[in-house]
Design a binder for this molecule. Structure first.
Ligand code: NAP
Ligand code: GLV
Length: 310
């Protein structure tokens, strides 16, 4: 059987080795840098492998992301032609992400930022109670993660819309599609939540122009990828009061540098890329199934389009 390469700067290999060998007992699981002959590798399980990572792997049939996003795979300038690009699509992660996005929506909706400030000032003060049905939530991306976040939030009675490349039919969620409907989507969004994959089309998508099209006092939540947000533009919009607050789980540079203005900004909450962490036990069935399929010459599941890059 060909070997499986495991290469990540994010996780220890132990949980994945255990979870995969439980499912494929004779698995030849090789952890970078002890990979032996690169020609033995038939399947690569990676997260942010550096450029040139697949050199000499002439028998590589598939590269699978150790997460739902695959932008780190497409960052490789010499991606082996013909290898399938795969990802994890895990309901456990979709649940985690829906919880995290809901947490941010509820904090902004229920004036959490303001009451946290009142507490710092030891001030007992009341604001007018907010109305759920008129709070407009906008989800950028209605895929595996965005669709579940949208339905979770809609179930509480918020006015929810989503924006995607193609039109969706999701109960309780108004669908906006394509560039032509982007501005209308923004104009009706009080809390913008980004769950887009990072591609050439979505890089810098939340910039000064996009922020200006949101209503004054809107909030921004980003758990897609850091490079989708132009950080200086968000800072300017927070400082001039057009944007009221932001909750960010992803950043252009991770870990967020110690001198980054987001750390101390009173209107920004920083999370260390944890909104939906990969879970070896819940993800292992599909990865093991894909290893089996790839080595049997069958069509894998959870494939990614090289053309669309997601
Ligand atoms: P997905 O299933 O591939 O869904 C992507 C969605 O984005 C789809 O609805 C797609 O539209 C839409 N989209 C893509 N490009 C677009 C464009 N140019 N214009 C409009 N809509 C566009 O992805 P997913 O599994 O939901 O994951 C989304 C992203 O979340 C990942 O790529 C990753 O960056 C991020 N993520 C973050 C964390 C974290 O912990 N922070 C964890 C997991 C994932 P169509 O449906 O019309 O194609
Ligand atoms: C995490 O960011 C992922 O893409 O799974």
């Amino acid at each position: 059987m060909p070997a499986v390469l495991f290469r990540t700067d994010n996780d220890s290999p132990d949980q994945w080795r255990e979870a995969l060998t439980k499912r494929i007992p004779d698995l030849d699981f090789r952890v970078w840098p002890d990979i032996g002959d690169p020609e033995d590798i038939g399947f690569a399980l990676v997260w942010k492998a550096p450029a040139g990572a697949y050199q000499g792997m002439t028998n590589l049939k598939a590269i699978c992301s150790l997460g739902q996003g695959v932008d780190h795979i497409f960052a490789e300038p010499n991606l082996p032609e013909g290898a399938h690009i795969l990802r994890i699509v895990d309901p456990w992660m979709a649940q985690a992400m829906a919880e995290w996005v809901l947490l941010q929506v509820l904090r902004f909706h229920r004036q959490g930022m303001e009451y946290e400030q009142f507490q710092r000032e030891k001030r007992w003060a009341k604001l007018p109670a907010p109305e759920t049905s008129t709070r407009r939530i906008g989800i950028l991306g209605l895929g595996a993660l965005g669709a579940q976040a949208a339905t979770t939030i809609a179930a509480l009675g918020f006015d929810v819309a989503g924006w995607s490349r193609t039109r969706k039919e999701i109960e309780g969620v108004r669908s906006f599609a394509g560039e032509a409907e982007f501005d209308a989507f923004l104009a009706r969004t009080d809390i913008l939540c980004c769950l887009l994959p990072l591609t050439p089309e979505t890089t810098d998508i939340i910039d000064a122009g996009t922020l200006a099209k949101l209503p004054k006092g809107a909030f921004v939540v980003n758990s897609g990828r850091g490079a989708q947000l132009v950080e200086e533009d968000l800072l300017a919009a927070l400082d001039n009061g057009h944007i009221a607050g932001a909750a960010l789980d992803v950043f252009r540079t991770e870990p967020l540098p110690a001198d980054h203005p987001f750390w101390d900004h009173p209107k920004v909450q920083v999370w260390p890329h944890v909104s939906a962490q990969t879970n070896a036990e819940s993800g292992a069935d599909q990865v093991a199934e894909n290893i089996r399929r790839i080595f049997a010459g069958e069509q894998p599941v959870n494939t990614v389009s090289r053309e669309r890059k997601y």
